[in-house]
Design a protein around this ligand. Structure first.
Ligand code: BG6
Length: 493
């Protein structure tokens, strides 16, 4: 880790969707809580011709739209930190002016540095880095932060990584996966490694299978070009879901630091067995209803934006395997999709049944048998952890002992009611400014992720897999249910 605090943040894509919805609101909220370095200057850059005042106005409108009033603090203080430089990043021309603008903003003190955040189309990553090199903006005190998508397959991702590596060493490259900024995702590590209870039972002897669901109710949200080229596998599984899987399956790291944590995650990602076409399901939504409102089908949304119908999957379910000692024979069922019935991200750990039931034959009526324990980790929208346990139904047991499943539940918002819930990017932007890479994705992780994803896409091609349709507002095509049912497993709903 390179030890410096950034006192200038240079934001590429400063007028874009991510900047308006997440980055500016996160920075403003941090500022309101007094968490930004006092002298931090934020320089926005994008293609639009704006001056500082116009950019601040745009930022103010974004904050008013996307940050709750009680978190805004003194917006004026935050807006004063912002300046703006117009730039066409595809040519070298404007980079000297940009460097002059950055120089005008600092350095504020000798120890300070520059953090650069690239939230632009990946096709601009290469030219942007060339421009930064040309303008002398890649020195020792500069960090580079990259937003997804980092390529569309292993090869294009390696090209991006090579281009960045030509200007920055890995310990100054910060790759975002915003799921790692979510409090509940980090809490997975606390649950597993701050409690003695789980580690001894966290393996194939005691765990029967794991389910990871990332369900969304939204559809295309106007991101037609991007999403239609990507699909659910590359948009959600390649990054967020594989990171969740890695956190569930990793060995205990020796410490909570960037090298130790990422070393363990990458071992899991490399141990993923290539999935067969028969272990995957793909779907594309058709018109239906979500939250009681009628919504159009994916094909209709494409047509509305002047696009032809496509075979892009808006849903995928995969039976994954981690080929190592700990997880031998334990399926990890992954499922994600757009226009599903509810927005929910959760991880279900299904334990095995007790080896012998002492209650069998006690005269208990049928249907009062033992259910195997489950641990349900809610990531969003509910942040809670529920362990289902078997308990005796109170009574005199004349007809035999009756048992019932009861939940042992911790609702995180209640347990930490006094604590502020933050946008995932608040944590990530602060770590970028401080230089802590623990919650950022290392190159070997991204590449192991792509390798597994590319193999699935190859399988789909080889077997001419095309998405089955599902009605918006349902849990995907029926084949997704069959994927688990043939193993005797039911998706948690
Ligand atoms: C993004 C995907 O990475 O994650 C989007 O590109 C998706 O398609 C989003 O909607 C989901 O993020 P969150 O934080 O709302 O679960």
């Amino acid at each position: 880790m390179t030890e410096f605090f950034a006192d200038r943040l240079l934001l590429f894509g400063a007028t874009g969707d991510l900047a308006r919805r997440k980055l500016l609101p996160s920075l403003c909220a941090l500022d309101a809580d007094g968490l930004l370095p006092e002298k931090l200057q934020i320089i926005g850059t994008a293609r639009s011709a704006l001056d500082d005042r116009e950019y601040r106005n745009m930022a103010r409108a974004a904050l008013e739209e996307f940050l709750p009033a009680e978190r805004r603090g003194s917006m004026a203080q935050f807006l004063n930190r912002l300046t703006y430089q117009q730039l066409d990043a595809s040519t070298l021309d404007g980079f000297d002016d940009l460097a002059a603008k950055v120089a005008a903003a600092g350095p504020q003190d000798d120890d300070g540095g520059l953090a650069i955040f690239l939230s632009t189309a990946p096709s601009l990553f290469g030219p942007t880095i060339a421009g930064l090199q040309h303008a002398g903006l890649t020195g020792d005190k500069v960090r580079m932060c990259l937003e997804k998508p980092l390529g569309t397959d292993l090869e294009s991702s390696a090209q991006i990584n090579d281009a960045v590596a030509a200007a920055f060493p890995e310990d100054r490259i910060f790759r975002i996966d915003h799921y790692l900024g979510k409090e509940t995702v980090q809490n997975l590590l606390a649950l597993r490694f701050a409690n003695i209870l789980f580690e001894p039972i966290w393996n194939a002897h005691i765990i029967e299978h794991v389910q990871i669901t990332v369900a969304e109710t939204v559809g295309l949200e106007g991101r037609v070009g991007f999403y239609d080229d990507a699909g659910a596998l590359r948009d959600m599984v390649q990054n967020h879901m594989l990171q969740l899987l890695a956190l569930v399956a990793m060995e205990p790291p020796t410490s909570f630091d960037a090298t130790a944590v990422r070393d363990e995650k990458v071992k899991v990602l490399r141990a993923l067995r290539p999935a067969l076409a028969s272990e995957t399901v793909t779907g594309q939504y058709r018109a239906g209803a979500v939250d009681g409102a009628a919504v159009p089908g994916y094909d209709e949304e494409l047509a509305e934006h002047g696009h032809d119908p496509s075979d892009t999957e808006t849903f995928t379910a995969i039976k994954a395997h981690v080929d190592n000692w700990r997880w031998r024979g334990v399926p990890f069922y992954l499922r994600t999709g757009k226009r599903l019935p509810e927005r929910v991200t959760e991880i279900l750990v299904q334990f095995r049944s007790v080896p012998h039931s002492i209650f069998e034959g006690s005269g208990a009526p049928s249907g009062t048998g033992l259910n195997a324990n489950q641990l349900l980790i809610g990531i969003q929208p509910e942040e809670d952890i529920t362990l289902s346990l078997m308990a005796k139904v109170p009574g005199l047991d004349e007809g035999g002992v009756r048992l019932r499943e009861v939940p042992l539940q911790i609702a995180m918002p209640d347990a930490f009611a006094e604590k502020q819930r933050r946008i995932a990017y608040e944590r990530l932007l602060l770590d970028l400014i401080k230089g802590d890479q623990t919650l950022f994705v290392r190159r070997d992780e991204v590449e192991a992720q792509w390798q597994w994803i590319d193999a699935i896409r190859k399988e789909w091609e080889a077997h001419n897999v095309t998405p089955k349709t599902y009605t918006a507002g349902t849990w995907g095509p029926s084949a997704a249910i069959a994927l688990t049912e043939r193993d005797g497993v039911t998706w948690h709903e």
